[in-house]
Design a protein around this ligand. Structure first.
Ligand SMILES: Cc1ncc(COP(=O)(O)O)c(C=O)c1O
Length: 401
């Protein structure tokens, strides 16, 4: 089991932080402030809100709750994880260089390779699982280091404190995309990172019904830049989306407990199947990042990827035999999902970069939900059986011929 204890009062703060009784009505649950504007008491006098792109009480409640859970002073919510990532990139400027871990979410890779270079920001990629490689990629103009841990989809572990030290020596910001780990299992700011980014679409929202993103920082100047540029560019979440995310957040610790228990069992189960060539899950003792995960996380999470020993033609058979593991993009909802990273989540990566990251055609990614564990295992069994049955049929046809 992971060594780090769950944060003090996490479950309590997820339910109460930033979510006191509504000052206008006493409503116990933060209301959805579905308003564009706020009536001013007199010229130049308002009650703390002027216009909802700039600030909104429902969104502010979410921001305060997330900041508390990540151990930072400032939360800034966005309309999606990608908007949060794009917002974070407002902390660098033309002429700046950014070092990026080479194993990362395909959408971040797309932004870094196909959008931001047009604005004069340069990017280099390095294997962040070996911090010395990351250090080698640092240049005199490096202003930011960008990592994810555990990584998507290979579930590799990156030492946040070691990367923070490399960034600090260079006077650069360390940004950690903490989407996979969640604030319950890992707090990058406490490990020395400057910026923590989330796609709240995933575990924080938790029910696959709302897209959102957030950034948490402890530094006031960074918070001001993020808020100023978000107001200037407009990538906010609407009040309903902020409210749904806040509702999901309240049960994060409860959900995560079940997600992780199921994931550990699914990973162990996959390890027993002869049709599986490799299982990537930090909770398995033979995972190369197991020790690091135990040290810097309070649990091993619920994302698994595995390499199936199947031909390109057999993979669709496996996938279509699954009923509970739904073939879909995304992760972190209460329902289990399966994805084929090479053609789905990481399709934006070139074949060469996919190969470098270890994303083969045989790699499948599971987001393990909170269904009954026996049902999940039976579902995967059905997938493997479909592949075996197909092989038997093909053999029979060959024998007859
Ligand atoms: C690790 C990670 N970061 C960021 C994102 C982007 O989030 P969103 O889809 O909310 O824009 C994703 C989406 O899958 C992700 O997996």
């Amino acid at each position: 089991m992971a060594k780090r204890e769950h944060q003090d009062g996490f479950a309590t703060r997820a339910i109460h932080e930033g979510q006191g009784a509504d000052p206008a009505t006493g409503a116990t649950i933060t209301p959805v402030y579905q308003t564009v504007t706020y009536t001013q008491d007199a010229l130049g006098e308002n009650r703390g809100f002027e216009y909802s792109r700039t600030d909104n009480p429902t969104r502010r409640a979410l921001e305060e709750a997330l900041a508390s859970l990540e151990g930072g002073r400032f939360g800034v919510a966005y309309g999606s994880g990608m908007a949060a990532i794009a917002g974070t990139m407002q902390l660098v400027h033309a002429g700046d260089h950014v070092v990026v871990a080479d194993d990362l979410y395909g959408g971040s890779y797309r932004l870094f390779t196909r959008v931001l270079p047009h604005y004069g920001v340069r990017f280099s990629y390095a294997d962040a699982t070996r911090p010395e490689e990351l250090a080698k990629a640092v240049e005199p103009t490096t202003r930011m280091v960008w990592i994810e841990t555990p990584t998507n989809p290979m579930l590799r572990l990156v030492d946040v404190a070691a990367c923070a030290e490399i960034a600090r020596r260079q006077g650069a910001l360390l940004v950690v995309d903490n989407t996979f780990a969640t604030p319950l299992l890992q707090n990058p700011l406490a490990l020395g990172a400057h910026v923590c980014v989330h796609s709240t679409t995933k575990y924080i929202g938790g029910h696959s019904d709302v897209i959102g993103g957030a950034v948490v920082v402890d530094d006031e100047e960074s918070a001001e830049t993020l808020r100023f540029t978000r107001n200037a560019t407009g990538g906010i979440p609407g009040p309903w989306d902020a409210w749904l995310t806040l509702r999901g957040l309240k049960t994060l610790s409860l959900r995560m407990r079940q997600h992780q228990e199921n994931a550990q069992q699914v990973a162990e189960f996959l390890g027993t199947r002869s049709e599986v060539a490799a299982v990537h899950y930090p909770g398995l003792p033979d995972h190369p990042g197991h020790e690091l995960a135990a040290r810097q996380q309070a649990g091993f999470g619920a994302m698994i990827s595995f390499e199936i020993e199947a031909s390109t033609d057999e993979i669709p058979l496996f996938l279509s035999a699954l009923n509970l593991f739904t073939l879909a993009e995304s992760l972190g909802g209460v329902e289990s999902l399966v994805a084929h990273p090479a053609s789905m989540t990481h399709a934006a990566m070139s074949e060469e970069d996919q190969a470098k990251a270890g994303i083969t055609c045989q790699l499948l990614r599971l987001s393990v939900g909170i269904e009954h564990i026996e049902d999940l295992q039976a579902d995967l069994d059905n997938g493997f059986d479909a592949v075996l049955q197909n092989r038997r049929n093909t053999q029979r046809v060959r024998n007859v011929a």
